[in-house]
Ligand binder design. Sequence first.
Ligand SMILES: *[C@@H]1O[C@H](CO)[C@@H](O)[C@H](O)[C@H]1NC(C)=O
Ligand SMILES: *[C@@H]1O[C@H](CO)[C@@H](O)[C@H](O)[C@H]1NC(C)=O
Ligand SMILES: *[C@@H]1O[C@H](CO)[C@@H](O)[C@H](O)[C@H]1NC(C)=O
Ligand SMILES: *[C@@H]1O[C@H](CO)[C@@H](O)[C@H](O)[C@H]1NC(C)=O
Ligand SMILES: *[C@@H]1O[C@H](CO)[C@@H](O)[C@H](O)[C@H]1NC(C)=O
Ligand SMILES: *[C@@H]1O[C@H](CO)[C@@H](O)[C@H](O)[C@H]1NC(C)=O
Length: 470
Amino acid sequence: MVATGIWAALACSVLGLASASEPIHVPVRRVTHTHAKLGRRAVTSTAELFNAAKQGGYAIDVSIGTPPQNFSVILDTGSTELWVPGPNCPKSECFGSLFDITASSTYVGTNLPIDLVYGIGSDNGTYASDTVLVAGYTVKNLTFGVINSAANNTPPVSGEPYLNGILGLAFPNLTFAYQTGEGQYNPFVYALWQQKQIPQSIFSLYLGSRLIEGETGQITFGGMDTSKFTGNLQYLQVQKESSAPGYPDDYYHWTVLLRGLAVTVNGQTSSNLLTIASQQVVLDSGTTFTYLPYQAAQSIAQLVAPSATLSQGMYVVDCGLYSTQGNIQFAFSNSSTSSSSQSVIFSVPISSMIIPMDSTSIDTATQCVLGIIPTDASMGVYLLGDTFLQSAYVVHDFENYVVGIAQAVSSNATASGSSSSSGSSGSGSGGSSSGGSGTSTSSSSSATNVGFGKVLFSLALLGATFTLLL
Ligand SMILES: *[C@@H]1O[C@H](CO)[C@@H](O)[C@H](O)[C@H]1NC(C)=O
Ligand SMILES: *[C@@H]1O[C@H](CO)[C@@H](O)[C@H](O)[C@H]1NC(C)=O
Ligand SMILES: *[C@@H]1O[C@H](CO)[C@@H](O)[C@H](O)[C@H]1NC(C)=O
Ligand SMILES: *[C@@H]1O[C@H](CO)[C@@H](O)[C@H](O)[C@H]1NC(C)=O
Ligand SMILES: *[C@@H]1O[C@H](CO)[C@@H](O)[C@H](O)[C@H]1NC(C)=O
Ligand SMILES: *[C@@H]1O[C@H](CO)[C@@H](O)[C@H](O)[C@H]1NC(C)=O
């Protein structure tokens, strides 16, 4: 696609010839208070119980400008753009610190709008570019959004870190700028790659335990950390998604193809619970829960927690199920016509899908829900959020459109390729995957402005709608 105007200029500003590059491992913090976008909009007694904000999100520190101004942002593989609150955002809408554009000598503003619409809120502002630092990396002239109006934010909780922004890590064609014809630009990881700051066009994500706060996870730009996973990485092609009629399918999200689901409990394995031949699902670190097709989720819940009750969209389960021995298996393949021997099967322990809602500790929780949410096709998208991704180590290759998935360390997930009889090279053995679900934010844009349909919706925030309006 031909970039236009300032976007062409920004896209071409490949600078920094940083001498060779080594991958840098950057800590990812788990925080219990998520960005305002994720916050509940109305506090009711059930909102307290099902406060998805308590499930937290995964944060990373970024610094923008010269001299640098710090922001703690959500690490979101379900969206593409970086944004932070700008100076004109009223305190009643943006509660955290604001980016002071006049204090940065490298700031370049534009009048080009950025408009992000989520399931429960929206943001708007303009695009700008500036120097952005993440861990040891410096990206010059990075394009990002400066938000000057935000709806449905939630005030910060005293004493807790406040997230004020998002760092999106999905594909470039998902940006508001591209989708509205403003042009194309290189989002953060692409800029890192183009500015030759990383040795490989990959980033690898390890979330760590959801039962711990603090620096539980790690993201590695330009490489991977073999100490964070066990077994072999199993590779899967990222799937193109359809957008609007007349437009070719394209890469927007870290979408993989789900071919089957099964539950093993008490030593018995169910038959395939996915009632359709295949389903695209999005790996989304910016979403807390995992959103699966309604019927499949129902079947899983019946096997895992026969007495579960569906309340306000979630399965309320006995916290004691945490000690269940068993797992939920996700089978993936590269195409809907692959034989089952060409599948990668990733197993998530049932214990990691029992989510405490009234405590950060499963031991003291009295209210729990299943980490899988039954999702109607009308949502248009299914997500593998944090309840899935916490068991996985995922290597994202953004030039070759593949993901490598393995079992994360300190999870009891297992990954395996199915036995292959067809000689397909694909499956080897082992496999795993990850996904994320949950609350959160991701960027996307208003569907009313352009004709791209579902890809314009914020995946993560759609998740938030489900989990937060309880
Ligand atoms: C973005 O979309 C254009 C036009 O459909 C396509 O040619 C290009 O390959 C896409 N870029 C990426 C990175 O997917
Ligand atoms: C911003 O973050 C950097 C890196 O963590 C730190 O060294 C610096 O002190 C922070 N600056 C402010 C103003 O907090
Ligand atoms: C960044 O972009 C600005 C304006 O687009 C340009 O003047 C400047 O030289 C660029 N910086 C670098 C380091 O290329
Ligand atoms: C964004 O902009 C539109 C009009 O330009 C405005 O009506 C809206 O309130 C703004 N704010 C949000 C949060 O969408
Ligand atoms: C993994 O399994 C071992 C042995 O069954 C158990 O002791 C450990 O607590 C499990 N770890 C997690 C994170 O569930
Ligand atoms: C899927 O495709 C990737 C890239 O071509 C390949 O490495 C992998 O082995 C394939 N996986 C399966 C399960 O066929």
